[in-house]
Ligand binder design. Sequence first.
Ligand SMILES: Cc1cc2nc3c(=O)[nH]c(=O)nc-3n(C[C@H](O)[C@H](O)[C@H](O)COP(=O)(O)OP(=O)(O)OC[C@H]3O[C@@H](n4cnc5c(N)ncnc54)[C@H](O)[C@@H]3O)c2cc1C
Length: 500
Amino acid sequence: MLKDAIVIGTGFGGITAAALLAKAGYNVLTLEAASELGGCAGKFDRDGYRFSAGATVGMGFEKGGMLKSLFEELGAPIPPMRKLDEIMNVYLPDRTITYFSDKEKWYKEVINKFDRDHDRILAFFEEVFKVAEVLQNFVEKRAIFPPSTALEFFNLFRSIDVKLLGLTPYLTQSVQDRLSKFDLTNNGPFMAFINGQLMDSVQTTATYSPSLLGYMALSIFHKGAFYVEGGLASITDALEENYRSSGGELRVRHKVVSIAKQGDVWTVVTKRGQVFKTRQVILNAPIHNVFSLLEPELHRSLPFKEHIESNKDAWGAFTLYIGADPSFMLPETRSIPFHQFISSYESPLSEGNQFLFSMSQAGDEKFATGGKRSITISTHTNVSKWWDRETYESRKEAYMEKIIETIDKRYSGFSSNIDMKMAGTPVTFKRYTQREKGKVGGYIPSSKFSLFNSYSPNSRIGGLWFCGDTVFPGAGTLGSSLSGWMVADAIKGKHPGKSM
Ligand SMILES: Cc1cc2nc3c(=O)[nH]c(=O)nc-3n(C[C@H](O)[C@H](O)[C@H](O)COP(=O)(O)OP(=O)(O)OC[C@H]3O[C@@H](n4cnc5c(N)ncnc54)[C@H](O)[C@@H]3O)c2cc1C
C-alpha cells in the first residue's frame, strides 16, 4: 500500500514528525534500525539498570517551551519530570560553581564564585538573555532555514520582526568577540566555565561559536532544565504512544538500506529486503548518511557534495555507564542530577578532560532499584581515534580509568561503590544509532559565520526531507524535535507557527 509518509529513524526529530503527521490523519510508517527508540537520547537495560545512552538533560518543558507546546499540540500527557532549581554543579580545578536556574540566584553565585569582573559578567549575561529572547521568538515560528522555495522565503520573512533585525550586528560575531567587548577574555575561570557550557551545547568553544547560537545555548538553562523520570527516553516513549494511538505504524529492527524515486513515488528498502512505497520520505539520520542511502542518480540534485559532507567535523562521544551506590556523595549533592567536571584550565575540553556526569535520582525506579543509581558519563572525543582494532580496547580502558580517577579525586569513595560499568565509543554509537563514523551532536561550527552554512530540512528533491541535529535549527533534543516539526508543517502545507 502506498504510504503518505515514511519516517526513517525515531530520534527526537523523527518521532516528532511521525507523531504530528499521524495526528493529522496521514498514513505514516516509521522504520527504526535499533530495537530501542530515541537514538542518541535513547536508553538500554543492563544488569538490572536502565541507562541513558547519551542525552540526559531535559529542556523545553517550561511554560511556553517548545516541547511543552508539542505535547499540547498532540494532546499527549507529559511524562513525570522535575524542573530543577540547582541544575548542575560545575567542578573547575579550583572552585565549584552551582548552576542555578533562577536568574537572581545565578547572579549571586557568579558574584560569590568568580573573584573579579562581576559587573561585566552580569552585563554579559543580561545581553545573552535579551538577545536569546528575541531569537527564541523567531525559532519558535518554525520557518524553514535556509529557504529555497517561494513559500519558504515568504514564511521566513513573515517570521522576521524589527527586534530580530536589531540582532544583525551579532551575525558576524563570535561569542569570543562579544566577550572581548565586555573585557572578559582574560578571566580564566569564567572563560573555562563558558567554554565548558558551549562545548556541551554548541560543540565548540567561544572562539568558533557564532554569537547567536552561543547566546541561545547560554540562556537555555535559565528558561528551564528538567530531570525526566526514566530519562529522556520517557519523552520519545510518550511520543511513540501518541503516534500509535493516532494510527501510526512503527517497525523496530528495520534498517533502511536504500531510498529511490520513480515519478512522485519513493521506494524504501530495508536490510531484510522489504519494500515500501510512499509519497514522502523523512530521513532522521545525519546529513552525511544520506549518500549511502539515496540512489546515486539523485546525489547531484542535493544542495551539498558528498566529499565535503563526509569529512565535515563532528565530535564523537566516549560514554561510561555505571551502576553504583550513591553513598560516595553527600545527600545534598546527590539531589543534583548533573555534574560537569573540568580537570584542568590548560587542557582541551575533550577526551576526558571535561565530562558530564548524570545520575538518576532517589526513588526513580525506572533507572535502578534498591537505592542504587544509574550514571551516564560522556566526554567529547575525536572519532578518528576509535577505528583501529589494535588500540581500541586499551584506549577504552585508559579513558575509563582516567574518568573514574577524576571522580575519585572529588568523591573519594566513588570507585569502591561501583556495582557495574561499561563503556561506549564512536563505534558503539555507529552500531546503535547508525551515525556514520560515530559522529554525534551535529556539526562543529567552524567559524562565527557557521549559521549561514546551516542545512535546510528541505532536501530540494521533491518528497525527501531531513530532520535531526545536523539540520537547522541544530543540535540537541530541542533543535532536533523542532526540525521534525518544521518538516511536518511543510508536508501538511501549513503556515508554520500556527496550531492545527
Ligand atoms: C553523549 C551525548 C550526550 C548528549 N546530551 C544531551 C543532553 O543532555 N540534552 C540534549 O538536549 N541533547 C543532548 N545530546 C544531543 C542529542 O542527544 C541529539 O542531538 C539528539 O538526540 C539527536 O536527535 P536526532 O533527531 O538527530 O536523532 P538521532 O538521535 O541521531 O536518532 C536517529 C535514529 O534514526 C535511526 N536510523 C538512522 N538511520 C537509519 C536507517 N537507515 N534505518 C532505520 N533507522 C535509522 C537510528 O537508529 C536512531 O534511532 C547529547 C548527545 C550525545 C551523543
